[in-house]
Design a binder for this molecule. Sequence first.
Ligand SMILES: C[S@@+](CC[C@H](N)C(=O)[O-])C[C@H]1O[C@@H](n2cnc3c(N)ncnc32)[C@H](O)[C@@H]1O
Length: 268
Amino acid sequence: MSFSLYIDCSGLVEGLEKYHCLKNLHDKVPCSEWVTDTRSLPKGSLILGFEEDVLCLCRAGDKEKPVFVDFVGGKAGHRRKFGGGKGQDIAKAVGLNKGVTPHVLDGTGGLGRDAFVLATLGCSVTLIERSPVIAALLQDGIDRARLAPEVAAIANRMKLINEDSRQAMQTMAADSQQFDVVYLDPMFPHREKSALVKKEMRIFQDLLSGDPDADELLAPAEALAAYRVVVKRPKHAPDLSDKEPTYRLEGKACRYDIYAFKAFGKDK
Ligand SMILES: C[S@@+](CC[C@H](N)C(=O)[O-])C[C@H]1O[C@@H](n2cnc3c(N)ncnc32)[C@H](O)[C@@H]1O
């Protein structure tokens, strides 16, 4: 890995905020902060760096594949080609089966998988992600996708904001902005023991310490959404903010709670 940045989890967010979204990371981070020999790092510590042109997150001393965003090939590419289009649960949840193509705000962007599915189906998606590290991985994936002819148009429908969406949504509502749909997928503590949790999820857990303030997302989302708020939840999870949705869509691995305000097609 070239241009590696050692991430000390204890000071992570404070330490990295100054690089704002870590775009053009190698130009912005002073040389003194780059790690040239990652073998010197404590085993298991997190490293953010480039492998060829791809921004990756991995662990020192770990032989597993690093975490990075790939919208062109891999799982995202497969789902784009064979994923079931507007018949997918997420598509139904945001209303794509009603003959509309809503403008979506994804308030918990993560690695952008859900947003990419919606953008593939024609939605414009504004994503908000508060972790500067996750935002950097995501922005890097979007930037590379914009250069790939087969997905460039999709990636151009995705816009990332590196902020906390609780404040960002309030500011947007105060500016009289509206989105057709606000989509939320906050992390929920996993019941499985750590060895069974997917590697990517473990890195997320170490990096982000869960989303303990997730309940605070619902009210500002409701203030911003013209038609509906959609909340993705693990099947066993309680309702976000203990608020019962208008209805639920039960999927295989998760459920979608829909807080509906107005039918599509009605005036805003
Ligand atoms: C489960 S992941 C989302 C995965 C995403 N739906 C995907 O398809 O890749 C949750 C993400 O939401 C982010 N998040 C949680 N609360 C947030 C907030 N208040 N503002 C912005 N991002 C937030 C976390 O940092 C984390 O990256």
